[in-house]
Design a protein around this ligand. Structure first.
Ligand code: FES
Length: 150
């Protein structure tokens, strides 16, 4: 668990590093989420002030992109691609399967919309590590490996 001081120092450090770059908002949001696992709501005011934006503008960007989370993920982050190429190879059925299998597990299951593995769909990732040609059985195997590693 990340302490409030760690959260604040991470936000400060990222803002100090990136505030001067053109189009800094998205890189800042990515860096904060990469380090903390999410963009905490308390970061919005600091980001807005640092970039001379309104809080609504910062909040609007965070809420527009599926990628950004405002709450810390629980356990491993499991993402199933639900974009067109994966849909054509069964990702909706994989999503349904994953939703059932992930219930009660220490994972955060999320939809994503392309992992860059379209030619080897359906695709998924676990803590940003990509997996291609994911069958239901392979999903179950990967989930079991996560449980063993915990
Ligand atoms: S559509 Fe799923 S990886 Fe591109």
């Amino acid at each position: 668990m990340t302490s409030n001081n760690q959260v604040q120092s991470t936000i400060r450090r990222v803002l100090d590093d990136k505030r001067g770059m053109p189009g800094a908002l998205l890189p800042i949001l990515h860096d904060i989420q990469d380090e903390l696992g999410h963009v905490p709501p308390e970061a919005v005011a600091d980001i807005a002030e640092a970039l001379n934006l309104s809080r609504a503008e910062v909040h609007g960007v965070i809420s527009y992109y599926h990628h950004f989370r405002t709450e810390a993920p629980k356990g491993a982050v499991v993402q199933v691609c639900r974009a067109e190429a994966c849909q054509s190879c069964g990702s909706e059925a994989l999503w349904e399967h994953a939703s059932k299998q992930a219930k009660g597990q220490n994972v955060t299951l999320e939809s994503v919309y392309c992992l860059g593995l379209c030619a080897t769909a359906p695709s998924m990732s676990i803590n940003d590590k990509p997996y291609a040609r994911v069958s239901h059985a392979r999903f179950d195997h990967l989930l079991a490996q996560l449980k063993e590693a915990a």
